[in-house]
Design a protein around this ligand. Structure first.
Ligand SMILES: NC(=O)c1ccc[n+]([C@@H]2O[C@H](COP(=O)([O-])OP(=O)(O)OC[C@H]3O[C@@H](n4cnc5c(N)ncnc54)[C@H](OP(=O)(O)O)[C@@H]3O)[C@@H](O)[C@H]2O)c1
Length: 248
Protein backbone atom coordinates (compact mmCIF):
# COMPACT_ATOMS: atom_id res chain seq x y z
CA UNK A 1 0.00 0.00 0.00
CA UNK A 2 1.32 3.45 -0.94
CA UNK A 3 2.08 6.14 1.62
CA UNK A 4 -0.70 8.38 0.25
CA UNK A 5 -3.30 5.66 -0.30
CA UNK A 6 -6.81 7.15 -0.45
CA UNK A 7 -5.66 10.77 -0.36
CA UNK A 8 -6.95 13.27 -2.94
CA UNK A 9 -4.35 15.78 -4.15
CA UNK A 10 -4.69 18.83 -6.39
CA UNK A 11 -1.41 19.87 -7.98
CA UNK A 12 -1.62 23.13 -9.92
CA UNK A 13 0.42 23.40 -13.11
CA UNK A 14 0.96 19.65 -13.27
CA UNK A 15 1.09 19.12 -17.04
CA UNK A 16 4.88 19.62 -17.16
CA UNK A 17 7.98 19.92 -15.01
CA UNK A 18 7.89 19.88 -11.23
CA UNK A 19 4.11 19.67 -10.91
CA UNK A 20 3.98 16.66 -13.22
CA UNK A 21 6.79 15.00 -11.25
CA UNK A 22 5.01 15.55 -7.94
CA UNK A 23 1.74 14.23 -9.40
CA UNK A 24 3.45 11.09 -10.71
CA UNK A 25 5.10 10.33 -7.37
CA UNK A 26 1.86 11.01 -5.46
CA UNK A 27 -0.04 8.68 -7.84
CA UNK A 28 2.57 5.94 -7.36
CA UNK A 29 2.05 6.38 -3.61
CA UNK A 30 -1.68 5.71 -4.04
CA UNK A 31 -3.08 9.25 -4.15
CA UNK A 32 -5.84 10.28 -6.55
CA UNK A 33 -4.26 13.20 -8.37
CA UNK A 34 -5.85 16.18 -10.10
CA UNK A 35 -3.83 17.34 -13.10
CA UNK A 36 -4.25 21.06 -13.84
CA UNK A 37 -2.92 23.63 -16.27
CA UNK A 38 -4.20 25.80 -19.09
CA UNK A 39 -3.18 23.44 -21.93
CA UNK A 40 -6.08 20.97 -22.05
CA UNK A 41 -4.47 18.39 -24.35
CA UNK A 42 -1.33 18.27 -22.25
CA UNK A 43 -3.15 17.76 -18.94
CA UNK A 44 -5.28 15.04 -20.53
CA UNK A 45 -2.22 13.19 -21.80
CA UNK A 46 -0.50 13.41 -18.38
CA UNK A 47 -3.66 12.17 -16.65
CA UNK A 48 -3.99 9.34 -19.19
CA UNK A 49 -0.37 8.26 -18.68
CA UNK A 50 -0.86 8.14 -14.90
CA UNK A 51 -3.90 5.90 -15.42
CA UNK A 52 -1.94 3.71 -17.85
CA UNK A 53 0.70 3.32 -15.13
CA UNK A 54 -1.96 2.06 -12.70
CA UNK A 55 -2.74 5.32 -10.88
CA UNK A 56 -5.90 7.40 -10.47
CA UNK A 57 -6.09 10.82 -12.09
CA UNK A 58 -8.51 13.54 -13.10
CA UNK A 59 -7.72 16.22 -15.69
CA UNK A 60 -9.17 19.64 -14.82
CA UNK A 61 -8.06 22.40 -17.16
CA UNK A 62 -8.06 25.92 -15.82
CA UNK A 63 -6.20 29.16 -15.28
CA UNK A 64 -5.52 29.40 -11.55
CA UNK A 65 -5.20 33.19 -11.71
CA UNK A 66 -8.94 33.26 -12.42
CA UNK A 67 -11.19 32.97 -9.39
CA UNK A 68 -13.95 31.15 -11.27
CA UNK A 69 -11.50 28.54 -12.62
CA UNK A 70 -10.14 27.92 -9.12
CA UNK A 71 -13.64 27.50 -7.68
CA UNK A 72 -14.43 25.11 -10.55
CA UNK A 73 -11.19 23.15 -9.97
CA UNK A 74 -12.15 22.41 -6.37
CA UNK A 75 -15.83 21.83 -7.20
CA UNK A 76 -14.95 19.27 -9.88
CA UNK A 77 -12.50 17.49 -7.58
CA UNK A 78 -15.00 17.29 -4.71
CA UNK A 79 -17.84 16.24 -7.04
CA UNK A 80 -15.64 13.42 -8.40
CA UNK A 81 -13.84 12.16 -5.33
CA UNK A 82 -15.72 13.73 -2.41
CA UNK A 83 -12.80 15.54 -0.80
CA UNK A 84 -9.43 17.32 -1.03
CA UNK A 85 -6.65 16.24 1.33
CA UNK A 86 -3.63 17.90 -0.29
CA UNK A 87 -3.08 21.05 -2.34
CA UNK A 88 0.25 21.75 -4.04
CA UNK A 89 0.50 25.35 -5.26
CA UNK A 90 3.05 24.76 -8.00
CA UNK A 91 1.95 26.72 -11.11
CA UNK A 92 4.34 29.57 -11.76
CA UNK A 93 6.38 31.51 -14.29
CA UNK A 94 9.85 33.05 -14.31
CA UNK A 95 10.91 36.41 -15.74
CA UNK A 96 14.15 37.61 -17.29
CA UNK A 97 13.60 41.34 -17.74
CA UNK A 98 15.56 44.24 -16.26
CA UNK A 99 13.58 46.26 -13.73
CA UNK A 100 13.79 49.43 -15.81
CA UNK A 101 12.21 47.67 -18.80
CA UNK A 102 9.49 45.88 -16.83
CA UNK A 103 5.96 46.91 -17.73
CA UNK A 104 3.27 47.04 -15.09
CA UNK A 105 1.41 44.33 -17.06
CA UNK A 106 4.39 41.98 -16.86
CA UNK A 107 4.86 42.63 -13.14
CA UNK A 108 1.17 42.06 -12.50
CA UNK A 109 1.06 38.83 -14.52
CA UNK A 110 3.88 37.33 -12.42
CA UNK A 111 2.21 38.40 -9.17
CA UNK A 112 -1.06 36.92 -10.43
CA UNK A 113 0.31 33.44 -11.12
CA UNK A 114 3.14 33.14 -8.57
CA UNK A 115 1.27 34.64 -5.62
CA UNK A 116 -2.41 35.45 -6.12
CA UNK A 117 -3.14 32.00 -7.59
CA UNK A 118 -1.64 30.36 -4.49
CA UNK A 119 -3.89 32.55 -2.31
CA UNK A 120 -7.00 31.69 -4.36
CA UNK A 121 -6.31 27.94 -4.29
CA UNK A 122 -5.40 27.99 -0.59
CA UNK A 123 -8.61 29.85 0.21
CA UNK A 124 -10.68 27.22 -1.63
CA UNK A 125 -8.73 24.45 0.11
CA UNK A 126 -9.40 26.07 3.51
CA UNK A 127 -13.10 26.38 2.73
CA UNK A 128 -13.31 22.61 2.30
CA UNK A 129 -10.61 21.36 4.68
CA UNK A 130 -11.70 23.44 7.71
CA UNK A 131 -14.99 21.50 7.90
CA UNK A 132 -13.53 18.11 6.99
CA UNK A 133 -10.73 17.38 9.44
CA UNK A 134 -7.91 19.42 7.88
CA UNK A 135 -5.32 18.72 5.21
CA UNK A 136 -1.94 19.72 3.83
CA UNK A 137 -0.93 22.65 1.63
CA UNK A 138 2.50 22.74 -0.02
CA UNK A 139 3.69 25.91 -1.75
CA UNK A 140 6.50 25.79 -4.28
CA UNK A 141 8.93 28.61 -3.63
CA UNK A 142 12.45 29.01 -4.97
CA UNK A 143 15.98 29.50 -3.76
CA UNK A 144 15.62 32.80 -5.67
CA UNK A 145 13.75 34.03 -2.60
CA UNK A 146 17.14 34.19 -0.85
CA UNK A 147 19.63 34.54 -3.70
CA UNK A 148 18.01 36.25 -6.67
CA UNK A 149 19.16 36.13 -10.26
CA UNK A 150 19.55 39.48 -12.06
CA UNK A 151 16.54 40.78 -14.00
CA UNK A 152 14.02 38.85 -11.92
CA UNK A 153 12.39 41.40 -9.58
CA UNK A 154 8.79 40.10 -9.66
CA UNK A 155 9.97 36.47 -9.52
CA UNK A 156 12.13 37.10 -6.46
CA UNK A 157 9.50 39.23 -4.77
CA UNK A 158 6.73 36.67 -5.27
CA UNK A 159 8.89 33.74 -4.12
CA UNK A 160 9.71 35.70 -0.94
CA UNK A 161 6.01 36.42 -0.56
CA UNK A 162 5.17 32.72 -0.87
CA UNK A 163 7.15 32.15 2.32
CA UNK A 164 5.04 34.83 4.06
CA UNK A 165 1.83 33.34 2.71
CA UNK A 166 2.88 29.92 4.02
CA UNK A 167 3.50 31.36 7.49
CA UNK A 168 0.03 32.93 7.55
CA UNK A 169 -1.62 29.77 6.26
CA UNK A 170 0.17 27.78 8.95
CA UNK A 171 -1.15 30.07 11.70
CA UNK A 172 -4.66 30.29 10.27
CA UNK A 173 -4.78 26.53 9.72
CA UNK A 174 -3.89 25.51 13.27
CA UNK A 175 -7.46 25.59 14.54
CA UNK A 176 -8.56 23.34 11.67
CA UNK A 177 -5.66 20.88 11.45
CA UNK A 178 -4.56 22.39 8.12
CA UNK A 179 -0.77 22.16 7.85
CA UNK A 180 1.15 24.34 5.36
CA UNK A 181 4.72 24.01 4.13
CA UNK A 182 6.99 25.59 1.54
CA UNK A 183 9.59 23.98 -0.72
CA UNK A 184 12.33 26.30 -1.93
CA UNK A 185 13.82 24.50 -4.87
CA UNK A 186 16.97 24.92 -6.92
CA UNK A 187 17.43 23.89 -10.57
CA UNK A 188 15.02 21.11 -11.51
CA UNK A 189 14.38 19.83 -15.01
CA UNK A 190 11.38 21.64 -16.53
CA UNK A 191 10.47 24.19 -19.19
CA UNK A 192 12.29 26.74 -17.00
CA UNK A 193 15.71 25.41 -17.90
CA UNK A 194 15.12 23.27 -21.01
CA UNK A 195 18.03 25.07 -22.68
CA UNK A 196 20.41 23.54 -20.12
CA UNK A 197 19.40 20.02 -21.11
CA UNK A 198 17.54 17.44 -19.05
CA UNK A 199 17.86 16.29 -15.47
CA UNK A 200 20.96 14.62 -14.09
CA UNK A 201 24.65 15.16 -14.63
CA UNK A 202 26.15 17.79 -16.92
CA UNK A 203 29.76 18.38 -17.94
CA UNK A 204 30.81 19.26 -14.38
CA UNK A 205 29.29 18.45 -10.95
CA UNK A 206 28.04 22.06 -10.82
CA UNK A 207 25.85 21.43 -13.88
CA UNK A 208 23.66 18.85 -12.14
CA UNK A 209 19.89 19.47 -12.51
CA UNK A 210 17.45 17.72 -10.19
CA UNK A 211 14.66 15.42 -11.32
CA UNK A 212 11.06 16.55 -10.69
CA UNK A 213 10.60 13.23 -8.87
CA UNK A 214 13.14 14.37 -6.26
CA UNK A 215 10.64 17.07 -5.29
CA UNK A 216 7.84 14.51 -5.40
CA UNK A 217 9.65 12.49 -2.76
CA UNK A 218 10.11 15.57 -0.57
CA UNK A 219 6.45 16.57 -0.96
CA UNK A 220 5.42 13.02 -0.04
CA UNK A 221 7.48 13.22 3.15
CA UNK A 222 5.81 16.54 4.05
CA UNK A 223 2.37 14.97 3.56
CA UNK A 224 3.06 11.78 5.50
CA UNK A 225 4.54 13.12 8.74
CA UNK A 226 2.31 12.77 11.80
CA UNK A 227 -0.48 15.35 11.72
CA UNK A 228 1.07 17.28 14.63
CA UNK A 229 4.38 17.60 12.77
CA UNK A 230 5.15 20.19 10.09
CA UNK A 231 8.26 20.12 7.91
CA UNK A 232 7.53 23.81 7.43
CA UNK A 233 10.29 24.83 5.02
CA UNK A 234 12.70 22.81 2.96
CA UNK A 235 15.50 23.91 0.65
CA UNK A 236 16.33 21.29 -1.98
CA UNK A 237 19.18 21.89 -4.41
CA UNK A 238 21.98 20.15 -6.29
CA UNK A 239 24.77 19.54 -3.80
CA UNK A 240 27.50 21.01 -6.01
CA UNK A 241 25.53 24.09 -7.03
CA UNK A 242 28.13 26.87 -6.80
CA UNK A 243 25.96 29.93 -6.28
CA UNK A 244 23.80 29.27 -3.20
CA UNK A 245 25.88 27.77 -0.39
CA UNK A 246 29.11 29.73 0.14
CA UNK A 247 30.90 31.40 -2.75
CA UNK A 248 31.05 28.57 -5.19
N1 LIG B 1 12.51 24.36 -12.51
C1 LIG B 1 13.24 25.02 -11.64
O1 LIG B 1 14.48 24.97 -11.69
C2 LIG B 1 12.57 25.82 -10.57
C3 LIG B 1 13.37 26.44 -9.60
C4 LIG B 1 12.77 27.16 -8.58
C5 LIG B 1 11.38 27.22 -8.50
N2 LIG B 1 10.62 26.62 -9.46
C6 LIG B 1 9.15 26.71 -9.33
O2 LIG B 1 8.54 25.48 -9.64
C7 LIG B 1 7.19 25.70 -10.09
C8 LIG B 1 6.96 24.87 -11.36
O3 LIG B 1 7.77 25.33 -12.41
P1 LIG B 1 8.50 24.37 -13.45
O4 LIG B 1 9.93 24.62 -13.30
O5 LIG B 1 7.99 22.99 -13.34
O6 LIG B 1 8.03 25.10 -14.82
P2 LIG B 1 7.15 24.62 -16.06
O7 LIG B 1 7.66 23.32 -16.59
O8 LIG B 1 7.12 25.81 -16.95
O9 LIG B 1 5.72 24.38 -15.42
C9 LIG B 1 4.88 25.43 -15.07
C10 LIG B 1 3.47 24.87 -14.93
O10 LIG B 1 2.58 25.93 -14.50
C11 LIG B 1 1.43 25.91 -15.34
N3 LIG B 1 0.85 27.24 -15.35
C12 LIG B 1 1.44 28.42 -15.68
N4 LIG B 1 0.56 29.42 -15.60
C13 LIG B 1 -0.63 28.85 -15.19
C14 LIG B 1 -1.92 29.36 -14.94
N5 LIG B 1 -2.19 30.67 -15.06
N6 LIG B 1 -2.90 28.50 -14.54
C15 LIG B 1 -2.63 27.18 -14.41
N7 LIG B 1 -1.42 26.63 -14.64
C16 LIG B 1 -0.44 27.47 -15.05
C17 LIG B 1 1.93 25.43 -16.69
O11 LIG B 1 0.90 24.87 -17.50
P3 LIG B 1 0.11 25.73 -18.63
O12 LIG B 1 1.14 26.56 -19.34
O13 LIG B 1 -0.53 24.71 -19.52
O14 LIG B 1 -0.89 26.54 -17.90
C18 LIG B 1 2.91 24.34 -16.25
O15 LIG B 1 2.21 23.15 -15.98
C19 LIG B 1 7.07 27.22 -10.30
O16 LIG B 1 6.37 27.78 -9.22
C20 LIG B 1 8.52 27.69 -10.29
O17 LIG B 1 8.66 29.02 -9.85
C21 LIG B 1 11.18 25.93 -10.49
Amino acid sequence: MGQLQGKVAIITGSNTGIGKGIAEVFAKEGAKVVINGRRKELIESVAAQIKADGGESLAVPGDVTKEKDVVALFAKTIATWGKVDILVNNAGIATHTPTWEMSLEMWQSVVDINLTAAFLCSREAFRFMKDHGGGRIINIGSISAQTPRPDAAPYTATKMAIEGLTRSLTLDGRRFNIVSSVIHTGPTASNFNAARGGAGKGKTPADFIMFPHDLGRLATLMCTLPEEVNLFSAIILPNHMPSFIGRG
